[in-house]
Design a protein around this ligand. Structure first.
Ligand code: NIG
Ligand code: FE
Length: 424
């Protein structure tokens, strides 16, 4: 049979295959590696995966690519980001070095609100222009699908501007982008001391406006919906307020995500399980009884070790315990101007291995197939399996473990997105 492209002779072809949903427990140790691997691609999708002998005897191709000496693996999926924003927070970086904490800066009107001020002042074209080079860096480091949250607008107009920036970038940038509405990211200054009234605004005005906006958008390339997220945290949004926002979102067809247990435990994981959230993210201080609930659920647990690293913390989410309990675990950068100005999934894997005791195989599955499930797109991306999109990396090493073992450089030599090379 004749196909568009064959990639052959890979020292290791790492599939991360998991046909029945996200990986859990011991399955996380299996990256589905094929020695001397090959794959055949037709019209942007994978039509066969196997060893080079098998593939070459069944297929001929208009274009053949030799991957000798290289690893071929799925493109990374980054399932939790705040990559659309204006400005930077370098001054706060220095304040933290001098001893102030992230929470202290946030409570004194900096933090998320400082990015809100810059983002509100930016027209959509400026947001697009500032974000594009960040997406370019993520792509160069091997990310091929990215979730992006709003949440630096915090009023209806500015939240819609952020959504429009994401929509504009998704037509003009090769990455697949998936949007999440995070109007409940912080209480803006005009509602200071009136959190309940701001929640009313989110539920009664913002969410319906977001629904009207999203109904006018073309269908998503991966079939992804718009998600709705909330920062469930002490002195931000309570468990009850989070529940109100997320249920209102669900009524409009927006599946729930939750920022939970980043600093204090408010029961956000049990809320995620109760609401059937697609993911619950951070999990730095989740108690064991909620870990057990999460393990019994279909909600993916997302950990973000670049945040702990960036905040100079020695405490990390206990990702080892999460995997051992049976949670479907994913990794993400959380790229944002405050808690994690980090575009790199390989660096996140390197941190997860060192501070959270993941093995490289677990870190890779958490950054590919499980991360895709944290966005509900595990049937289209996140692994190299027949019928999935040909989103893959050619990595300049002969063993996938180098991706987490080395750090600070970039081993990703070429990035293929839907059968087209977008790097290299
Ligand atoms: O996931 N925790 C809330 N949101 C982000 C931080 C955003 C910011 O600091 O600008 C996070 O860490
Ligand atoms: Fe976040």
């Amino acid at each position: 049979m004749k196909v568009d492209v064959i990639i052959k002779n890979a020292d290791q072809l790492v599939t991360c295959a998991s046909p029945d949903g996200p990986k859990r427990g011991l399955a996380m140790l299996d990256v589905g590696e094929i020695q001397n691997g090959a794959l055949a691609i037709e019209e942007g999708d994978i039509v066969a995966v196997g060893n080079t002998g098998e593939i070459m005897s069944a297929y001929t191709a208009r274009e053949e690519l030799d991957a000798s000496g290289k690893v071929v693996c799925p493109g990374f999926v980054d399932p939790h980001t705040h990559v659309v924003y204006a400005g930077d927070r370098i001054a706060e970086f220095e304040m933290r070095i001098r001893g102030q904490s992230y929470v202290e800066i946030m409570e004194s009107g900096g933090g998320i609100l400082s990015s809100m001020r810059a983002t509100r002042a930016a027209p959509v074209g400026q947001l697009v222009a500032e974000t594009r080079p960040r997406l370019d860096s993520m792509l160069a480091l091997g990310t091929t699908t990215v979730e992006i949250k709003t949440g630096y607008g915090l009023d209806t107009r500015s939240e819609l501007t952020m959504l429009q920036a994401i929509a504009d970038l998704s037509v003009s940038h090769p990455l697949d982008l998936i949007a999440t509405f995070l109007g409940a990211h912080s209480v803006p200054p005009e509602y200071a001391g009136q959190t309940e009234a701001y929640v009313d605004l989110v539920v009664e005005e913002m969410l319906p406006a977001v629904k009207t906006w999203s109904d006018k958008q073309p269908p998503h390339a991966l079939g992804a919906p718009l998600f709705c997220d909330v920062f469930c945290e002490a002195n931000v949004f309570s468990r009850e307020q989070s529940k109100r926002v997320l249920q209102a979102g669900q009524m409009l067809g927006f599946p729930a995500k939750i920022h939970a247990d980043e600093f204090e435990n408010l029961g956000g994981v049990s809320l995620a399980v109760e609401l059937g959230a697609i993911s619950v993210d951070h999990l730095d201080v989740t108690p064991s009884h909620e870990v057990a609930q999460l393990a019994q659920s279909d909600t993916v647990g997302v950990v973000l070790p670049a945040v702990n690293f960036n905040l100079g913390s020695h405490h990390f989410a206990d990702a080892r315990a999460l995997i051992d309990a049976g949670v479907a675990l994913a990794l993400s950068t959380d790229i944002n101007p405050g808690s994690a100005p980090c575009p790199s999934m390989p660096l996140v894997m390197a941190l997860a291995c060192r501070y959270q005791h993941l093995l490289p195989a677990e870190a890779l599955n958490a950054s590919t197939i499980n991360a895709a499930h944290a966005l509900g797109v595990g049937h289209k991306v996140g692994s190299l399996e027949v019928g999935k999109q040909a989103d893959l990396l050619i990595v300049d090493c002969n063993d996938y473990r180098h991706l987490a073992y080395q750090f600070g450089g970039n081993l990703v030599e070429r990035v293929m997105k839907r059968s087209r090379f977008v790097k290299g």
